[in-house]
Design a protein around this ligand. Structure first.
Ligand SMILES: CNCc1ccc(Oc2cccnc2)o1
Length: 424
């Protein structure tokens, strides 16, 4: 006879995952009769039900039903209490989407995305940069002589801003531009995803190329937080802070040629790409999204199987690859020269440029030739500047916007991080 006490004790132990005080029920399959032999052999793999959320009260409730014991009211309420908590936990997950707007309609020098900072919210348009990990903004602290039309963040006007006392930062980018300043924490929202107490680095000084770009009000670093320059304590990127509250620890870049694209956070929008996404391993040291391409082809030419390790960098306009790769491309363009005077490959604007295909695993991405006709060297010039340049002076290969805008790119911040590429 199964007494109530015994039963509750058993289910309590069972719910707690401890051994039951009652021997296994008759009919339980005995895998081993204790003499090393078996009455039949089975191995059942336990798999976690996706999205399952444990509800111990429900397990006890089911046991009462199984043994025909009336269920007390407190137990029914307990089941509902835990279900409500689980539902709240699931709904806590977030995802968001924000536009990536070319700063110049004529050519894609950079893309900016609206964000809000502080209370009440202050809107700025920032350059999302997978090639760095500082979130910095033009601010009320920036030298007035270095501000030319940029929107600024004024921490003194935000009730949720807090100075990160004793902390400073200073950054230099691959193109020689840079900025420096001090640090606040405040609420930071992009595409409906909010991080409270995000480190917001307020610029005190910026280089001339930033001053001259009135449509870029700062950068949002989306590289790995190890690259953050705040001293003495490095700060986390928006993505690293947001990751735990996102439906999935990912963000995607769908940049477009001379058009508005999107950055999505926390989900993968299947309507934004065709075919399959090919995921590649990421080398996270020193902190870039570094991956290895499996080779390249120029136009309809044969595919050259060669490993090209480089970084995916949404804030670098052009694509910089090894000299051998780049010369084999421009050799196909009549009149193309690598000009010291203009600082890179230039060609007659009337040229019909071949496409450039790069391998991602067994798949590949094709950059249309039109994307590689980057811009006239000056307004009205018959000579144009190439979107594909040599990386020999950089010491690193950079898959910048010219390549990224030909693909749908998934930056997967899971463990381990990976990068996904799909055609679109
Ligand atoms: C183009 N100079 C100003 C400027 C805009 C965005 C950035 O930042 C960069 C530049 C190059 C690589 N990564 C980030 O600099």
């Amino acid at each position: 006879m199964v007494t109530l006490t015994n039963l509750v004790l058993t289910t309590a132990f069972a719910a707690a995952g401890l051994a039951s005080v009652i021997p296994p029920k008759i009919g339980t399959t005995v895998l081993d009769n204790g003499h090393g032999t078996s009455s039949g052999r089975a191995s059942l793999k336990q798999v976690r039900r996706p999205g399952y959320r444990f509800n111990g009260a429900r397990d006890i409730y089911k046991t009462y039903l199984k043994y025909g014991v009336p269920v007390p009211d407190y137990l029914k309420k307990a089941v509902a209490n835990i279900d409500a908590l689980n539902a709240a936990a699931v709904s806590k997950r977030e995802k968001g989407s924000a536009p990536a707007i070319p700063v110049d309609p004529r050519f894609d020098i950079a893309y900016v995305t609206p964000v809000t900072i502080g209370t009440p919210p202050q809107t700025l348009y920032l350059d999302f940069d997978t090639g760095s990990s500082d979130l910095w903004v033009f601010s009320s602290h920036t030298l007035a002589s270095q501000v030319r039309g940029q929107m600024i963040y004024s921490p003194e006007k935000s009730t949720t801003a807090k100075l990160l006392a004793g902390h400073t930062w200073s950054i230099r980018y691959g193109d020689g531009s840079g900025s420096l300043g001090n640090v606040y924490t405040d609420n930071f929202t992009v595409g409906g995803v909010t991080v409270t107490s995000q480190a917001v680095q307020t610029a005190q000084q910026v280089s001339t190329s930033f001053t001259s770009e009135s449509d870029i009000h700062g950068l949002v670093g989306l590289g790995f937080s190890t690259l953050n320059t705040v001293y003495p304590n490095g700060q986390l990127t928006f993505f690293d802070n947001a990751k735990s509250q996102l439906d999935s620890p990912v963000f995607t870049a769908d940049l477009k040629w001379k058009k508005e694209g999107t950055y999505d956070f926390g989900f993968i929008d299947e309507t934004k790409y065709t075919g399959e996404i090919t995921y590649l391993p990421v080398q996270t040291d020193p902190g870039y999204w570094t991956f290895t391409s499996s080779g390249y082809a120029v136009g309809d030419g044969s595919f050259n199987q060669v490993s090209i390790s480089g970084i995916a960098d949404t804030a670098t306009s052009l694509t910089y690859l090894p000299t051998a790769v780049v010369t084999s491309y421009w050799r196909q363009v009549e009149g193309a020269v690598n000009s010291q005077y203009y600082g890179g490959y230039v060609f007659p604007c009337s040229s019909k440029l071949p496409s450039f295909t790069f391998g991602v695993g067994s798949a590949n991405i094709t950059i249309p030739g039109s994307y590689i006709n980057y811009a006239q060297i000056t307004e009205g010039s018959p000579t144009c500047f190439g979107g594909l340049q040599s990386s020999s002076g950089l010491g690193i290969n950079i898959w910048g916007d010219v390549a990224l805008k030909a693909a749908f790119v998934v930056f997967n911040g899971g463990n381990p991080p990976t990068i996904g590429w799909a055609r679109k």
